[in-house]
Ligand binder design. Structure first.
Ligand SMILES: [Zn+2]
Length: 363
């Protein structure tokens, strides 16, 4: 049995009896034939052309062929468990990442190599699976007004970003079920809020399907279902990232293509990123072996029982020891800078229009 398989079994067991969303059983796209919201949100983030600072290569030591962690979270809740990080521990993770020079970027920017991370810092991608209410929860105050729960993932991320404006508010929420984030009356607000703030809504399939057991029709129905759900509220939003439930892929390899592209009853989808479940930092988007359709993730946990040797803190240590090579940004999204010995692993197509700059790193 592979590790991925073990996780699948554990998750299936967990999903059976926990979670605020477990009552929201099977999602059907039909339920979403509600009035489509006309208002179009300007969720495309403005990207000002910041002046590029000259950097001291020997001091900054950029290496844009290095690795990037895509962190995987599920519940943000008490108590700490295999698939739950407490609010306190989530805040601790952000603090540690911040101090060690990691800065969030969006998943889309990662897979397209559109990296605006400040010089000398390392991009990181934050992801949340299953659309739990504790990822984005609304609380009603005494006077009746609704506020974002300061202990849910979105509340914690926003507060951290306010206190540390150089830690961008970037995260991807992979949703499933008919009421992502639990509170039906707030669903529209939540989806629009995420889009407006530049956070991402990703696909985790309509019913958290196990793709090993799905046929061609089912795969497409599952993926189009989430596209319909999101587009019912955000007609112009493109859902084009997928986190595989249980990390599962179709047994029949000829069906794999439907994870990337497909159409169901007129709803088309095209995923530019497909995320697996484990287990290590993944490649630079300019690396010749970078595969945006098979991205590894790192479990954001320090519970030895579940992530011994492969948790967030283990990889932070590996990067510090140099047993894994960390991506260090040159601060210029139009240039890919690497120490000369890394030049060969860059892929010209993936580097694209950007220019390549190499340098000799003085030891
Ligand atoms: Zn899941």
């Amino acid at each position: 049995m592979t590790k991925a398989k073990l996780i699948a079994v554990a998750m299936a067991a967990m999903i059976g009896f926990t979670g605020c969303n477990s009552s929201a059983s099977q999602h059907t796209a039909k339920e979403l034939d509600k009035p489509v919201v006309q208002e179009v949100l300007a969720f495309e983030e403005a990207k000002p052309q910041e002046p590029i600072e000259e950097i001291d290569l020997q001091q900054v030591k950029p290496n844009e062929a290095g690795q990037i962690m895509v962190l995987m979270y599920h519940h943000i809740a008490q108590p700490e468990a295999e698939w739950a990080r407490t609010p306190e521990n989530f805040r601790k993770d952000l603090e540690v990442l911040y101090k060690k020079g990691y800065r969030p970027i969006s998943l889309k920017d990662y897979v397209t190599g559109n990296i605006h991370t400040e010089a000398g810092y390392t991009p990181i991608v934050l992801t949340f699976d299953d659309g739990r209410q504790n990822n984005f929860n609304m609380l009603q105050k005494e006077k009746g007004e609704w506020v974002i729960d300061p202990d849910c993932a979105v509340g914690i991320l926003e507060k951290f970003h306010q206190e540390h404006p150089d830690f961008p508010l970037k995260a991807t929420f992979f949703i499933n079920d008919n009421v992502p984030f639990g509170q039906k009356e707030h669903l529209e607000f939540k989806l629009k809020y995420l889009a407006e703030k530049g956070m991402e809504i990703g696909n985790h399939t309509a019913t958290h399907v196990d793709f090993t057991k799905a046929d061609q029709d089912r795969i497409q129905k599952e993926l189009a279902g989430i596209v319909n759900l999101v587009n019912a509220f955000l007609p112009d939003y493109t859902v084009d990232t997928l986190a595989l439930p249980f990390g599962s892929k179709p047994k029949d390899k000829s069906l794999t293509t439907y994870l990337e592209k497909g159409v169901y009853e007129g709803t088309a989808y095209h995923n530019i990123a497909i995320l697996e479940v484990g287990w290590d930092p993944y490649k630079s988007p300019y690396h010749r072996d970078f595969n945006p359709l098979a991205i590894h993730r790192v479990r954001a946990s320090d519970l030895e029982k579940y992530v011994k040797g492969v948790g967030l803190y283990d990889w932070l240590e590996q990067f510090e020891k140099g047993s894994r090579i960390r991506y260090i940004s040159d601060g210029d999204p139009n240039t890919v800078t690497v120490p000369e010995q890394f030049q060969d692993i860059l892929d010209a197509d993936k580097v694209g229009e950007r220019s390549i700059r190499t340098y000799t790193l003085n030891e």
